[in-house]
Design a protein around this ligand. Sequence first.
Ligand code: FAD
Length: 333
Amino acid sequence: MAEFKGVMVCAEFVNGKMSPITMELLGIGRRLADDLGEELSALLIGKEAAPFSQQAVAYGAQRVYLVSNPLLDSYNSDAYTGAITSVCRQVNPSIMLLGQTDTGRDLAPRLAVRLGGGLAMDCIDLSIDPETKLMLQTRPVFGGNAYAVMITPTARPQMATVRPKTMSPLERDDTRQGEVIPLEIGIESSLIKAEIIETVKEEVEGIKLEEAEIVVTGGRGIGTVEGFDVLRKLAGVLGGAVGATRAACDEGLAPTTMQVGQTGKIVSPNLYIAVALSGAVQHLAGCSGSKHIAVINTDPEAYIFKVAEWGIVADYKVTLAPFIEKCKELSTQ
Ligand SMILES: Cc1cc2nc3c(=O)[nH]c(=O)nc-3n(C[C@H](O)[C@H](O)[C@H](O)COP(=O)(O)OP(=O)(O)OC[C@H]3O[C@@H](n4cnc5c(N)ncnc54)[C@H](O)[C@@H]3O)c2cc1C
């Protein structure tokens, strides 16, 4: 049996930049590798990846594998799955980390099946068990009401996707040294079954929901599109972004791109302000990683109060306007 060794991070690029989740993965990857006494490598794919090799090293990678092929110039599930599978079969990492992003969510299960590895999705903590040297993978379950710690005792690689903003990157250090290894990967074009016909860029006003430090989310109880404009005002004053529950999106109060939850976006802001939403388990699955949760709801029995640090039992139509004024006043002091 091949010897599996080392930690590998799959890098992601967004708008010509290395995405923040990659630096976060390199940070936790390096900590895991150091605890194992093994190496951290970064896998950079695509024609635009090469200039980022030094950045990956500066954030902790000791080795960078560079893979390019015309079929990998833009993201394609089949091509990327094939390429990463080939790299893993050459390198045999013991641990493989991806982001809990659209790309990571698409790739990780495919890779786990191809490689025969064990996968824990949406992890919020990773560590090494000092006795067994297995990776301990902590992930929220039951909509964030409990945490499960999972291990992969025998299958390799041990694979995890990591929720953005739950792990800290290492401080950038441009004096770090690392080896850059270009790899030749052949991809059989007949294996590519899906073709990307068009890419539509999501229009985002202000800060991206997944990157915001403050998220103001409205539920069905907001009642009108104008009600969401009030939430936008609050988010604007606080420098945050606006989210919505699925019920609010289904009722046409907000676009589905704003949906937070199990079937929407996953956010981990410093402050999550939940307005006129009940706190269904599927909603909490998308916001339970928030550091602090504050609630405005007319129903004192609403479940969302149970997961919140602060709460006001009130009609948002009465409470928000003076709250926004107070925030404005404080921000100018
Ligand atoms: C497979 C599946 C996946 C799902 N995925 C998601 C998902 O990704 N995201 C998601 O959000 N949901 C998801 N859902 C739906 C989820 O189960 C809930 O139905 C939904 O989250 C409820 O939305 P809500 O809290 O806005 O509405 P409600 O449950 O109707 O709550 C509205 C709240 O507003 C309060 N309220 C009313 N008026 C006011 C007022 N004037 N001021 C203050 N408070 C007021 C009420 O007291 C109530 O608590 C999913 C469901 C399924 C089955």
